[in-house]
Write a protein that binds this ligand. Structure first.
Ligand code: PLP
Length: 413
């Protein structure tokens, strides 16, 4: 588990060397990977940590007293501490490992929702949510006969905060909101949203899936009640995520799943549950990926979020300007505050065709509804092409995208 003693100082060429996958040709062209909002690539230190775990200390955690079990447990818990620091949480007990953002939202919707949401209560989400921050609440509201309400989004992809304020009332029990939209890139003013929701006594969950790789996450400063995010979108392995929760809420919530690890004592007449965070971590977890997640956090910390943001903002501004000028292109999501996501449609050309033709040029972009179908309905489109940037992307890669796109659009006319 070596951490490189490197100050990358945003030397992108140096950073790219840490990502072996980037150094390859796709369809005879150098790979230009611009699908980072779906998942980022993994630096060598993350890959090494996975291999090292399986080669040297694979063992089940928490229960064993032998050396390997102790080593694996220590590495697993060291990742929890790294995740705690990453979001500035008070205690590791408030950091629960999940499979990802989706499971984090489902956990809160099931556990908190089933206990604390009642008939006639209202739950608010926004019009730009990912399906994983819609469907779990819909399911819970149906079970509990509560009402799901939607905060409107304007043409630029900005939340209507006036409408949001008007929607808040004594019936509002929970607000679940995305920090940064995966489709539009919009950064929502979550601190203000949380404060307003707290004024009416509602708790707030923030979907931090797209914020985690780009923006500072400080749960104390935000005063957020629940936060979910995924390791695979921030240079870490897939199948790992975090749910942060305020201690008093987590203490009151029933377990999400029953099984090993989440109990203190089991008998056929009564089971007592384990302390936080283990109460919410039933069964053998995804040990190797959690262990390697620490290296992803350290990778981000070594470069620094400020430098990452600065570089990605440069890419965003350059890309929006260049792509926005191509004939027939309409940008979807033009908020002033954005993470490095550019979504667009091209008049008369289907987004799938664009994606396939760009792939033939070695350029990987995402096409489709990006798990935000209600947002697509609002824009009256089926889907978009989405280019999303990470710290290893370059201006030259955006030029390759823009040149390719320009040629395709001309050819299709
Ligand atoms: N929320 C947002 C904004 C996302 O972009 C995604 C994934 O694309 C998710 C939630 C779901 O994340 P995961 O699939 O890692 O659980």
């Amino acid at each position: 588990m070596s951490t490189p003693a490197v100050d990358y100082n945003l030397d992108v060429a140096r950073i790219r060397k840490e990502f072996p996958i980037l150094n390859q040709e796709i369809n005879g062209k150098p790979l230009v990977y611009l699908d980072n909002a779906a998942t980022t690539q993994k630096p060598q230190i993350v890959i090494d940590a996975l291999v090292e775990y399986y080669q040297k200390y694979n063992a089940n955690i928490h229960r064993g007293i032998h050396t390997l079990a102790e080593k694996a447990t220590a590495a697993y818990e060291a990742s929890r501490e790294a995740a705690r620091g990453f979001i500035n949480a008070e205690s590791v007990e408030q950091v629960i490992f999940t499979k990802g953002t989706t499971e984090s939202v489902n956990l809160v919707a099931s556990s908190y929702g089933d206990k604390f949401i009642n008939e006639g209560d209202e739950v608010l989400v926004s019009g730009m949510e990912h399906h994983s921050n819609i469907v779990p609440w819909q399911m819970m509201c149906e079970r509990k006969k509560a009402t799901l309400k939607v905060i409107p989004v304007d043409e630029n992809g900005v939340l209507d905060l006036e409408d949001f304020s008007k929607m808040l009332c004594e019936k509002t029990k929970l607000v679940s909101i995305v920090f940064a939209s995966n489709t539009l890139g919009t950064i929502n003013p979550v601190k203000e949203i949380i404060a307003k929701a707290h004024d009416v006594g509602a708790v707030v969950m923030v979907d931090g899936a797209q914020a985690a790789p780009h923006l500072h996450l400080d749960v104390k400063d935000l005063d957020v009640d629940f936060l979910g995010f995924s390791a695979h979108k921030m240079y870490g392995p897939s199948g790992v995520g975090v749910l942060y929760g305020k201690r008093e809420l987590l203490e009151e919530m029933p377990p999400y799943m029953g099984g090993g690890e989440m109990i203190k004592d089991v008998s056929f007449s009564k089971t007592t549950f384990n302390d936080l965070p283990f109460k919410f971590e039933a069964g053998t977890p995804n040990i190797a990926d959690v262990v390697a997640f620490k290296q992803a956090i350290e990778f981000i910390n070594i470069i620094g979020k400020d430098k990452i943001q600065q570089h990605e903002l440069e890419l965003l501004n350059y890309g929006q300007d260049k792509i926005g000028k191509i004939e027939g292109v309409r940008l979807i999501g033009t908020a002033a505050q954005k993470v490095s996501v550019i979504s667009f449609v091209v008049e008369g050309v289907h987004h799938f065709d664009l994606g396939m033709m760009l792939d033939a040029k070695g350029v990987a972009v995402r096409t489709g509804h990006h798990c935000t179908q209600p947002l697509m309905d609002q824009y009256k489109i089926e889907g978009t092409v989405r280019a999303s940037f990470a710290v290893y992307n370059t201006i030259q890669e955006i030029d390759t995208l823009a040149d390719g796109l320009e040629r395709i659009v001309k050819m299709m006319k």
